[in-house]
Design a protein around this ligand. Structure first.
Ligand SMILES: Nc1nc2c(c(=O)[nH]1)N[C@H]1C(S)=C(S)[C@@H](COP(=O)(O)OP(=O)(O)OC[C@H]3O[C@@H](n4cnc5c(=O)[nH]c(N)nc54)[C@H](O)[C@@H]3O)O[C@H]1N2
Ligand SMILES: Nc1nc2c(c(=O)[nH]1)N[C@H]1C(S)=C(S)[C@@H](COP(=O)(O)OP(=O)(O)OC[C@H]3O[C@@H](n4cnc5c(=O)[nH]c(N)nc54)[C@H](O)[C@@H]3O)O[C@H]1N2
Ligand code: SF4
Ligand SMILES: [Mo]
Length: 739
């Protein structure tokens, strides 16, 4: 007997680093997972989570069959039965309540899955609802708003060119654990080490002395939520000390004078007390940024999930522009993705800019952003009666009962819905509320192209992964289920020919974008279907594409398939003004909406500083709320601990390892204390995504050590008013020892 062995490649779908993995198979089972040393982008790097791919595939709790809830109990069902149940219940809700009676909520995995990200738009069009929600509004939407206003498209987010940089100022990010976010940068450790080896320096601003601080040169504690004061102090200094130099961007930047005037009130000396970082440090950092030819400022989730999230996000790139580092080698540059990037489509250099606030949420009147309403408004839109109330929900790769503030209210609201569908791979804290659960495939069973994170990659590349293992017969891909639900919403029924629907949509799109070339393009795409066909169209018509023959040697799917370790498209290059899509064709440095918000900062300067606040924390062997069921990642020491500075522990009588009650008004949780001088005094850190002790789930491993839910403490009504993003950081708490 011969052993059937094989090897395969797969881009890791677990985080934004998007590492290329090499898998060894025996008898069609994965036996080994390594980093793919030949990968043109990640060069063999992987983290411990990658091994979880195997555990996920084998997890007995992972759903493989649709579930339908009957009389409160989930029963296994066929795909036909599951779609029929949706057809039986969804259309009457739309008929009675109109399109807004159905809501959608998308979670983080949607952006890691080609099928989900490419086929949500047709589902959204078919539903026509304004009630769309996603994890973006507990995450990065402030950055997208700021970049949209400055550069003209939501996804034009500059990223540090770390391989050529000599100075990095990083705020509210911990890439040693998160492996980077809005910055696809596998092996941050290796790149940081190389930066320092060539004489460069990394400065980290964080209320915790993080794992990233351990590979940096300098660390400053900052009061949670106070980054705006620090960044204003630096931006002020650039004007005050005549350090502004636009360099090559001169002539492409509007609003410099207005900005200078607006910043006059924010001298570092006036900001220091509020942010906890001295004025001399802010001035020195401004001078270093101005004097270092290759430098960048980068901020991530810690700078977004706070009440001034949009201002922080804006100021980071304001400083990059003013200090001459935007769009420069070694600075903050714009990736040029091979497919799907809005800033590579249409006429280069100018566009329509972004629009937001086209409508407002029904209950709290929060403005629309990116076609969405804040996730923190979902519960009230369900549990507040009246015309326009949400009656049905389609949740896609989303677990807001744990991931969003006040999950208890949301859980109760979900129980009040007339109908709920979850597209999910687990029966978990959110999907337990569904009437129908449609399980996705294991990542090993589906093809992959990184639609989203190629747009934030520090080095341009294109890679495609073929399915590693065959899926069970009859198991649809997730994009097929989305089209099925779309067909049901359009009144075409569960038996509709979704292939024909997809063809019609493609024809329409190609005729709109390709004009006279459309018939030839459609003929070239004819052999493909679904997500792969969309990918082929985007690649071939994209910035490196073969333009359907006009650029022989250009990219197309067949070339990617022939290069399993990917195709290197080179380091980031200068893209201003070509990448801009603002109406003026300039970088808008001083959008009025942002200047106006400075009044709120002024007013906040005098606010009292609470003596104890809580922030979040990410952990290497975890991914938000959903990887705690994988044995290989769940093992080891108990991790859901509240880190408390020794001074605070002494003051509050909290012992290491003891349990303590943490409260925010009437909201309370009990957590295990871990005394740690890595914390800034007055700041407590607890990871999010835990709390797997709710009834009705099927998460055997996670339930053994459920942890506690940080979000149960947080207030769903606290938002950055500009972007609607949730405030998750710097919330005042009380802490009390338990006997
Ligand atoms: N306090 C606090 N809260 C936070 C954060 C924080 O820092 N602090 N971070 C926020 C951030 S940045 C984010 S992105 C959100 C994340 O919020 P969510 O996206 O709601 O949370 P996840 O835990 O990523 O849940 C993903 C869901 O997708 C399912 N899933 C996994 N793979 C697949 C698949 O292939 N197909 C389908 N259909 N489903 C799949 C999982 O079972 C799970 O139910 O959490 C936010 N919440
Ligand atoms: N292993 C692992 N990797 C992940 C995830 C995960 O759960 N686990 N989640 C993924 C997701 S969805 C995302 S969005 C990314 C996020 O990626 P990152 O943004 O790198 O996320 P964090 O590791 O949470 O780092 C945020 C840092 O901000 C600090 N911080 C908190 N409040 C403030 C503040 O007010 N000001 C400043 N300056 N700092 C503050 C925290 O102490 C923390 O060190 O990570 C992704 N990668
Ligand atoms: S860093 Fe992220 S993408 Fe890379 S192996 Fe780990 S989880 Fe996967
Ligand atoms: Mo996120």
């Amino acid at each position: 007997m011969t052993l059937h062995t094989a090897s395969a490649h797969r881009i890791c779908p677990f985080c934004e680093a998007a590492c290329g993995l090499a898998l060894d198979l025996e008898e069609r089972k994965v036996v080994r997972i390594r980093g793919d040393a030949k990968d043109v982008f990640s060069h063999g790097f992987l983290c411990p989570k990658a091994i979880g791919l195997k555990d996920l595939h084998d997890d007995p709790d992972r759903l493989r069959t649709p579930l339908i809830k009957r009389a409160g109990v989930f029963m296994e069902a066929s795909w036909e039965e599951a779609y029929a149940e949706i057809e039986r219940r969804l259309p009457s809700i739309i008929a009675a309540g109109g399109p807004n009676a159905v809501a959608t909520v998308l979670g983080n995995p949607v952006s890691h899955k080609m099928g989900l990200s490419l086929y949500f738009p047709p589902l959204a069009r078919a539903l026509g609802t304004r009630n769309m929600f996603s994890a973006s509004s507990v995450d990065q939407i402030p950055k997208m708003l700021a970049c949209g206003l400055m550069f003209g498209s939501w996804m034009s987010v500059p990223v540090p060119d770390i391989e050529r940089s000599d100075f990095l100022l990083m705020l509210g990010a911990n890439p040693m654990v998160s492996n980077g976010s809005l910055w696809t940068v596998p092996d941050f450790r290796g790149k940081a080490k190389a930066l320092r080896a060539r004489g460069g320096q990394i400065v980290v601003i964080d209320p915790r002395r993080t794992e990233t601080v351990a590979v940096a040169d300098v660390h400053h504690f900052i009061r949670p939520g106070a980054d705006v004061f620090f960044l204003l102090g630096i931006a002020h200094t650039l004007f005050d000390e005549q350090l502004v130099r636009l360099g090559r961007l001169d002539g492409h930047v509007a609003g410099v004078a207005e900005l200078g005037a607006a910043l006059r009130a924010f001298a570092p000396e006036a900001m220091a007390g509020r942010c906890g970082i001295g004025a001399a440090t802010m001035r020195e950092l401004a001078r270093t940024l101005a004097a270092t030819p290759r430098a960048a400022v980068y901020g991530r989730i810690g700078t977004c999930t706070q009440q001034f999230g949009t201002l922080c996000s804006w100021l980071i790139d304001v400083i990059n522009v003013l200090s001459g580092h935007l769009d420069e080698e070694g600075g903050a540059m714009f990736p040029k993705a091979a497919a799907f990037a809005a800033n590579t489509r249409g006429a280069p250099g100018a566009g329509r800019g972004i629009v937001s606030g086209r409508y407002r949420s029904r209950v709290s009147g929060v403005p629309e952003m990116l076609g969405e309403l804040p996730l923190t408004c979902l519960a009230e839109e369900i549990d507040t009666p009246g015309p326009g109330q949400i009656k049905a929900l389609i949740a896609i790769g989303s677990n807001p009962v744990l991931s969003a503030p006040n999950g208890a209210r949301l859980a109760a609201a979900l129980d009040g819905l007339d109908f709920m569908v979850s597209m999910d791979i687990y029966l978990n804290e959110t999907s337990r509320h569904a009437d129908v659960i449609l399980p996705g495939l294991s990542p090993l069973e589906e093809a992959h192209y990184d639609v989203t994170f190629t747009q934030f990659s520090h080095h341009n590349h294109a890679r495609y992964s073929a399915p590693v293992l065959a899926r069970a017969p009859g198991q649809p891909e997730e994009w097929e289920s989305m089209l099925r639900i779309a067909a049901i919403a359009m009144g075409l029924g569960a038996q509709a020919d979704i292939g024909a629907l997809d063809d019609a949509a493609l024809e329409q799109e190609v005729h709109k974008t390709m004009g006279a070339a459309a018939p030839a393009v459609l003929a070239a795409l004819a052999p493909l279907k679904g997500a792969e066909r969309k990918l082929e169209l985007a690649l071939r018509s994209g910035p490196y594409g073969d333009q359907f023959g006009a650029q022989p040697g250009g990219l197309k799917l067949a070339r990617l398939k022939a290069a399993p370790s990917g195709i290197d498209l080179g380091p980031m290059g200068a893209r201003i003004p070509e990448a801009l899509r603002t109406a003026s064709g300039n970088i808008e440095l001083a959008p009025q909406m942002l200047l106006d918000d400075l009044a709120r900062v002024q007013a906040d300067l005098a606010s009292p500083v609470p003596d104890l606040v809580i922030i979040g924390r990410r952990q290497l062997r975890s991914n938000n709320s959903w990887m705690h069921n994988l044995p290989v990642l769940a093992k080891g020491a108990y991790r859901c601990t509240a880190l408390v500075h020794p001074h605070d522990a002494a003051r509050l009588g909290l012992a290491d390892g003891a349990r303590a009650q943490i409260s925010n008004g009437a909201r309370q949780i009990v957590a295990q204390v871990e005394v740690s001088d890595d914390m800034m005094p007055g700041v407590v850190s607890l990871p999010h995504g835990w709390g797997h002790d709710l009834p009705g789930t099927q998460l055997g491993v996670a339930a053994e050590r459920p942890g506690v839910n940080l979000n149960a403490l947080l207030d769903e009504n606290l938002r950055d008013p500009l972007s609607g993003n949730a405030v998750l950081s710097g919330i005042a708490i009380k802490m009390q020892a338990l006997g």
